[in-house]
Design a protein around this ligand. Sequence first.
Ligand code: VGL
Ligand code: ZN
Length: 198
Amino acid sequence: MTALIVIDVQNDFCPGGALAVPGGNQIVSGINGLMRAAQAVVLTQDWHPTGHSSFASSHDGHAPYEVTEMPYGAQVLWPDHCVQGTEGARFHPDLHTDRAEMIVRKGFRAGIDSYSAFFENDRSTPTGLEGYLRTREISELMMVGLATDFCVNFSALDAAKLGFDVTVRMDLCRAINLDGSLEAACAAMKAAGVKLAS
Ligand code: VGL
Ligand code: ZN
């Protein structure tokens, strides 16, 4: 069985949002089309408390898009985004969320960011998605969403490492692209055996 994993299609990652990904809104109708035919649909939702440690505003003397060291390693500092309960954290209004059987929220621990749908940025704290998929006997994943080079990339790499058969529909993803991060993400995904399709 194949699940469609729709990553972070939220207002703050779309044009006009706090961490807008260029063209983020352009993928919504294509994702809706895929959801209609999918065997299972999971949505992820970036879901940060106010003052989250991934926000540049929580670090004196740091600006958005700088990199800092966290106890778990390097962390890009972001503009405040996807704060729990805000308009920016809601799914894009045109996304057909009714088709989702599971919504995974991530990044809700104040001291740790979570790009991946499977593990937080310490690479060890699980979100529970692996158990959900395995107990539903889902072994193939199709991934789409935002952003290609961060949350999609980390989710695809973790899924491949966990033994899932992973395809990323590149035409239904959009990237932030910080300092060549899109190219690096594509290379990493290919090396991990993730299929990049369009
Ligand atoms: C994301 C940066 C910060 C993403 C989430 O969804 O790719 N990127 N939080
Ligand atoms: Zn975030």
